[in-house]
Design a protein. Structure first.
Length: 138
């Protein structure tokens, strides 16, 4: 009926299949540690029904000045870099979390009186100053 070579191949295929089932079963019960973003553990929730108002699929477990998503908030008008929050600073074009923090650090050492004062912040040069000009007020 089957030749010896065919039986070996069939036995090998069955062994691989059964090994795969065992691997899946072992990993199905494994509990992984929570995903940590910017030092905050994310808590995953069940999907929300389509008729309910849409909510994010994840929640940050505690309040944080860092954004947990990758969208920048929209600007509602010019902001003052001396009083802006980290999130408001991140809403500026070309400003991410690290640069926003450097702006905050710079204003703590000495108030920013004009756009040219931002030139002392590492990562802000003439091109970025020009991009920020219409978005800042002093």
């Amino acid at each position: 009926m089957f030749h010896q070579g065919e039986l070996r191949m069939l036995a090998g295929a069955v062994a691989l299949f059964l090994a795969g089932l065992g691997w899946r079963a072992a990993h199905a019960t494994e509990h992984l540690p929570p995903l940590v973003v910017h030092g905050q553990a994310l808590e995953w929730s069940e999907p929300v029904a389509e008729s309910a108002p849409s909510e994010p699929a994840h929640k940050v477990s505690s309040a944080s000045s860092h954004r947990s998503d990758h969208q920048k908030p929209s600007l509602s008008g010019p902001i003052n870099p001396n009083t802006a929050t980290l999130i408001e600073l991140e809403s500026l074009p070309g400003v991410g979390p690290a640069l926003a923090q450097r702006i905050v650090d710079a204003r703590e050492s000495s108030p920013l009186r004009s756009l040219t004062d931002l030139d002392r912040v590492k990562g802000i040069g003439p091109a970025k100053l020009e991009k920020l000009r219409s978005h800042l007020t002093f």
